[in-house]
Design a protein around this ligand. Sequence first.
Ligand code: AMP
Length: 455
Amino acid sequence: MITVYNTMTRQKEELKVKNNKIKLFVCGPTVYDYSHIGHARTYISFDVIVRYLKHEGYSVFYLQNITDIDDKIINRAKENGEDPLELSHRFEKEYMDDMEKLNVTNVNFYARATEHMDEIISQIKKLVNKGYAYDTPTGVYFDVSKFEDFGKLSNRNLDDLQNTRIEVDTTKDDPKDFALWKKQDSQPYWDSPWGKGRPGWHIEDTAITESYFGPQYNIHGGGLDLIFPHHDAEIAQMEAASSKEPLVEYWMHTGFLNVKGEKMSKSLGNFITIKQLLENYEPDVYRFFVLSTHYRSPIDFSDDILKQAENSLERIQNTTGKLIEKLSSDNLVQESNDEITNQLEVFRNEFFDAMDNDFNTPIALSSLFNFTHTLNKELSEDNLSKDDLENIIDTLREVESILGLSLFKQDDTSSDEVLDIIIDVRSQLRSNKQWDLADKIRDDLSALDINIEDK
Ligand code: AMP
């Protein structure tokens, strides 16, 4: 049984979904700059949650939006003298590249806001027709006083809305009302029944989730900062538009990656981009670092803790390296070792119990660490049979795929062999005087930092 902490009820609940099918939506990035390692913390956490759910037999459809039109994008584009959509799509590509490097691979579909304008407009129309929204010379606004339960996720009240990033506008009935549609004549704009403009921030998510999932779905995730007002606004919009509740069965939120106690963020300027981090550390080290803390708890980022993660991962990889080496050695004991069979069972139970308990990766990792101590001892005493080794390696491979990080060092032998073949083919091309092709191979390899010198 998997339990999940539900922000709505403030308690852990048994995960119950029909036919083991899960529709999951996690808020994606606003793509106006390179993503930082705080963003990565949130997306790695959900990647592991999805990996575990799939491992446990759930079929998960994981949807993420991409905010590719927004004030920040327009402002940055102005500063750069660049087209806003060109800018957002350039950074969207960088985001995808970062996620791939970090092995965040489980999103089934990325939905751009700009490609869902019809759905956004149709949802706003519904809200206007039902009396939840009104049109003014500057935009269309959601009337928060009409939605009685506003703030039920955050437990905050309407007055708090005034202190959040809600646009100041004298045409609104109430300063707390938030924009569904912002009127503007300058590019980029889209046509709507209320004139040219672009969507507000909250409406893109509910329009996107409604198109793929319908008005209700299973899990909605994001960072802690999105609970209020963003997720409360989503609830108000969708429940008002559909007259169905709840919008979502389980709300899951990740804690912040902090620097000296403050949230890492672009606005505070205390951020490290994913690309900068990967210049000095392997992606697996960052994944290990993230998973060493529970997804809901804050993490204080420091180079020292990252180095500790690097050492811990290396120690695990040293042990798995010895297991592989041992498996190909001749002096293995014949009899299976009862003690190690028990210890393997203990490790499996601890690992899976921890993951069942609201995806408690730090406990899961510490049981893995304890198990590697046991393995080192058994390896040094030469107490393992072929069956023992194979069972242990199978379990570690299973754990590896759940965590999405390499517990076994990558074997470079095969890529070395492929490189030898390429160099050999190139020599033959040269001896046949096919210089163009030979040069192309040399240049392409050089782009990968593999330099060939012809002597
Ligand atoms: P944004 O592009 O700012 O909308 O952020 C994209 C996602 O990253 C959201 O779910 C945020 O909550 C999350 N996020 C942003 N900064 C941090 C941070 N320092 N730690 C953890 N998650 C973050």
